[in-house]
Every structure is written in C-alpha cells, then in structure tokens.
Write a protein that binds this ligand. Structure first.
Ligand SMILES: Cc1cc2nc3c(=O)[nH]c(=O)nc-3n(C[C@H](O)[C@H](O)[C@H](O)COP(=O)(O)OP(=O)(O)OC[C@H]3O[C@@H](n4cnc5c(N)ncnc54)[C@H](O)[C@@H]3O)c2cc1C
Ligand code: SF4
Length: 258
C-alpha cells in the first residue's frame, strides 16, 4: 500500500485527482465506461461516462446519497472494462460485479437530499446558487458568490459545525465501519493533505503503474508528505462501530438512537 498527496490541473473537489484519473483511463482505453455522479441543484444522479468530456459533469462532491450501484448490472453487461467511483459502502457492493477499477472516496457521513437542502436553506443560501459544499475540520462549509457592480464576483462562505447537523445524516452512516474504502483499488480523499491536494491510497500495482504514467506525462504533481495519523484517527473512529454492530441487543433496545 502506497499513500501519496496528489494534485491535478482539474478544478475538482480537492486536487481534482478523481477527475484526472477517470478522464485518463477513458482516453487511454483502460476503461470503456465509469459510473460517476452528476447533480441537478446538488441532487445527485448516477450516470455512465464513456467519453472523457462526460467526466467533467461529475466533478465535486455532492453530500447526498446517489444510487450508483443500480447502474452496475447494465454497465457490466454492456461494456468490457467498467470503473466505479463511489463512497466505501458503494465500493463494497461493487464487489458483486466484474469491475476493472474501483475508485473509493473517503467518507465519514452522507445525507438524504432533503436534509442537505434544508441545511443550506437554513444558512440563507438558495441551493441553486451553491458553488461548492465541503465537510472539513468538523465543519459543513457552503461556498457561493455574488456579482458586484455587474462584473466583480465576491465569494461568500457560510459554515456550520458538523455536530449540529450530524443528526440528519443517513442512519446507516452511524454504523458504518469503513472510512477509506478498504475494498477499492485506489482510495481518494482530502484528510492528510494540504488544501487543494488529494490524499491517495494506492492498493494495487495496476493503479500504481497508471499513476506513474500520469506523473511522467505531467498530468499530476505528487508529494510524499501525507499526515497518515489524521487518516488513521478517522479510520479508528469508524472501526469502533464494529463492536456496536456485533451487539444486536442495541438495535432491539434502542432502535431510535441509530
Ligand atoms: C458523501 C461524501 C463524503 C466525504 N467525506 C470525506 C471525508 O470525511 N474526508 C475526506 O477526506 N474526504 C471525504 N470525501 C471525499 C472528498 O470529498 C473528495 O471526493 C475526494 O477528495 C476526491 O476529490 P477530487 O478533487 O479528486 O474530486 P473530483 O475530481 O471533483 O471528483 C469527484 C468525484 O466524486 C464523485 N462523487 C461526487 N459526489 C458523490 C456522491 N454523493 N456519491 C458517490 N460519488 C460521488 C463524482 O462521481 C466524481 O467522480 C467525501 C466524499 C463524499 C461524496
Ligand atoms: S458513511 Fe458509510 S454508509 Fe454512510 S455513505 Fe459513507 S460509506 Fe456509505
């Protein structure tokens, strides 16, 4: 296992590495199709990208559940080399299919779309004006911008502590044990790297070879200094759920706290 900090030229959620990797794999014929996530007013929908230009429609994180795995049966029946980008629970489900590459995203929690919309409304921002959402350093952050004097764009950032909104998260996320998508071929997040970079965990030689090629062609910058302890800390928090999951009595006695 190899852990790196990587940045691309794409304007993605963090270092744009997922956009760069999936674009490269489609261009080079390593993949014929990739299941990714687009959005309408930040309501996610999955789609099968078959051309490099399709991938740009999937950039940036949507903090709501997207039914990606519903497309895997169709994708694997119709394409030879299929990739999946997904949060850890989707990557785990992806194991049931014959996928060429599973690209996992780090994940602490996810929300039903209506909950995200209510949270954003509560911050006084219409959802269709949001340019980016992020979960970082214990905060849910929403970025938007305003046109001033017809041309000048003033960036506005509003944030709310995660503690105040975690009760709205998808209930299954409270029992989830996988932060870094352990069953992926390659896992990507932001924790452990500086702002604007991705932390990338390379879990097999095939992915290592592809990243070496991208680096040689000048498509990505690579740094070795990753704060592995920061990743480990979040892994450990999620692993504690393994013990809770073993005890079915919890569900019987207090179903509502889960
Ligand atoms: C719900 C969620 C929670 C996350 N939590 C954390 C966290 O706690 N810590 C951390 O370090 N990183 C977290 N991440 C990962 C992080 O937000 C970035 O996705 C990751 O760093 C890749 O960045 P990028 O610049 O390469 O992405 P980009 O190049 O912008 O590519 C984004 C990719 O994410 C996919 N995607 C977008 N939304 C979803 C979705 N809802 N479900 C599945 N796939 C999606 C798109 O298909 C696209 O391929 C989370 C991501 C999601 C979706
Ligand atoms: S926290 Fe776990 S269950 Fe929830 S979306 Fe992320 S990977 Fe899936």
């Amino acid at each position: 296992m190899n852990i790196l900090s990587i940045k691309s030229n794409y304007d993605g959620q963090d270092g744009g590495f997922v956009t760069a990797l999936t674009t490269y794999c489609l261009k080079e014929g390593i993949l014929d199709a990739v299941v990714v996530v687009g959005a309408n007013n930040w309501k996610p929908y999955p789609f099968i990208a078959t051309k490099p230009e399709d991938i740009l429609k999937a950039s940036k994180s949507k903090y709501s559940i997207s039914p990606n795995n519903k497309l895997l049966e169709y994708a694997t029946e119709n394409y030879d080399n299929v990739g999946l980008v997904g949060v850890p629970c989707q990557i785990l489900g992806g194991n049931k299919f014959d996928l060429k590459m599973k690209i996992g995203l780090f994940c602490t929690k996810n929300f039903p779309y209506d909950a995200i919309k209510n949270i954003v409304d509560g911050l006084g921002i219409p959802i269709d004006r949001v340019e980016k959402m992020d979960i970082k350093k214990g905060k849910f952050i929403v970025k938007t911008s305003e046109i001033e004097n017809l041309i000048k764009k003033k960036e506005m950032v509003k944030e709310i502590p995660i503690k105040e909104i975690e009760k709205f998260a998808n209930p299954a996320c409270r029992l989830c044990c996988d932060f870094s998508a352990e069953y992926a071929d390659i896992s990507v997040g932001s924790v452990g790297s500086e702002d604007g970079w991705n932390t990338v965990i390379i879990r097999n030689n095939n992915c290592k070879k592809i990243i070496d090629e991208m680096h040689e062609k000048g498509l990505v910058e690579i740094k070795l200094d990753v704060d592995v302890n920061a990743i480990q800390k979040l892994e450990n928090i999620k692993k504690r759920n393994q013990e809770i999951n073993k005890c079915s009595a919890y569900y019987a006695v207090c179903p509502y706290i889960f």
